[in-house]
Design a protein around this ligand. Structure first.
Ligand SMILES: [Zn+2]
Length: 146
């Protein structure tokens, strides 16, 4: 696509409908030695919106997921929309669903329902609880339990 845009830009006399279409939609941004395909800007000072290749998509998704603190779909989308033009909601959802950290968080064991039979009391401080430490193997003056 990048090559198509460059070719269409230089072929001023022989442009076809496709050339006009891609020139309305895309722009090539020179970043040092690297050429990047970006969304056509109205003004040169507009923030460039990058089109990422399929190979770059994973890294962009991961960076946005980490930057948002393992953020969900909407937070990732907001982050990605600042800079990238062609990352779909489906890709974000897929990435999020496969993140191991997020899966760990989601499958945390439930702590509710552990108390099978609660101990009921009628008054404040009418019950106590003592932990016993068995010291039989190191008894002291006949005392064997703390
Ligand atoms: Zn995550």
């Amino acid at each position: 696509m990048l090559q198509d845009v460059k070719t269409a830009a230089v072929s001023k006399e022989s442009r076809n409908q496709h050339d006009y279409h891609i020139l309305r939609k895309y722009e090539v941004l020179q970043c040092g030695p690297v050429e990047k395909l970006i969304k056509k800007r109205e003004h040169a000072e507009e923030t460039p919106m990058y089109f990422v290749t399929i190979e770059e998509t994973f890294d962009v998704l991961r960076a946005s997921h980490i930057a948002t603190g393992h953020g969900g779909r909407d937070r990732m989308m907001k982050e990605i929309k600042k800079k990238y033009a062609n990352i779909s909601v489906q890709a974000i959802e897929l990435f999020k669903s496969l993140c191991l950290e997020c899966q760990k968080k989601r499958t945390r064991p439930k702590t509710t329902g552990v108390v099978v039979r609660p101990i009921l009391t009628k008054d404040f401080s009418c019950r106590g609880q003592v932990d016993l430490v068995d010291m039989q193997s190191m008894s002291c003056n006949g005392y064997k339990i703390i």
